[in-house]
Design a protein around this ligand. Sequence first.
Ligand SMILES: NC(=O)c1ccc[n+]([C@@H]2O[C@H](COP(=O)([O-])OP(=O)(O)OC[C@H]3O[C@@H](n4cnc5c(N)ncnc54)[C@H](O)[C@@H]3O)[C@@H](O)[C@H]2O)c1
Length: 261
Amino acid sequence: MILVVGGAGYIGSHVVNRLVESERVVVYDNLSTGCREAVNEQAIFIEGDIADEKRLTQVFSLFPIKTVVHLAAAGLEVESHENPQLYYENNVTATLVLLKIMREHHVKNIVYSSTALTEPLHEKSYIETTNPYARSKYFSEQILQDYTMAYKMNCIVLRYLNASDIQVEDLVNAYSLAIETVVKNEQSFKIYNLGNGQGYSVKETKEKETITKSESRIEDTPVFIANLQKIQQELGLYAEKNLQRIISDTWNGHQNKNFNF
Ligand SMILES: NC(=O)c1ccc[n+]([C@@H]2O[C@H](COP(=O)([O-])OP(=O)(O)OC[C@H]3O[C@@H](n4cnc5c(N)ncnc54)[C@H](O)[C@@H]3O)[C@@H](O)[C@H]2O)c1
């Protein structure tokens, strides 16, 4: 059985839609930014916060969880500059609580959702994060690595950035593959970049709109292009969508939006 924390959110709900086709799934989410209606009816939904030890313990006692997919986080870069405490508490401290309860219940497999941390790059590139949100993700990665080694866990970290409606399909493929892989691994910590390996300028994404130039924002990073060699070589995963499809599917997705993410 798979526990998806943050499974009522934008990406989580898509991941759950795929997982229920072949697995029993429990979604645990505090609905801070998620949407109850987005959770697939075949999944069991429990409202709760991953910082809530007591409630998490009940969930792990009640269900035979083997793998955790961790998507529960506050995720707005600008907000993270304004309120770093929220980000470190919700994304780092609460992750520690989740890991503690996993350990107590001998659950060893975790797929963690991280963000692209710096300019392109290989998974081992020098890390220079630009905002408290990204730092909260980086600290959590470090914690996960230590836990993996010390407590013989298996962890796959997926790093990506600014998913839009069509890339979600590629992301869901990546999560599926990561879940499949993590359960086969033994005491292993892997980080994989996701993306399509190409960079697009803002100009390229705005064919028909007027572009207004302005000062760059404090949280902006000038270039983000993921190097995808590792995930392609090790897991055989290739992104399917090009820029044209990303834009048209994102546009169509916004026209037909059912949920308020
Ligand atoms: N969307 C992106 O482009 C992107 C890029 C890189 C990484 N990520 C990461 O992927 C994950 C999902 O992102 P998303 O875009 O779907 O965001 P989202 O806000 O739609 O989903 C996050 C979900 O987690 C829940 N949540 C937050 N804190 C919680 C807590 N303490 N306990 C229980 N539930 C909690 C929210 O209610 C929400 O349902 C996040 O960890 C995010 O940092 C997203």
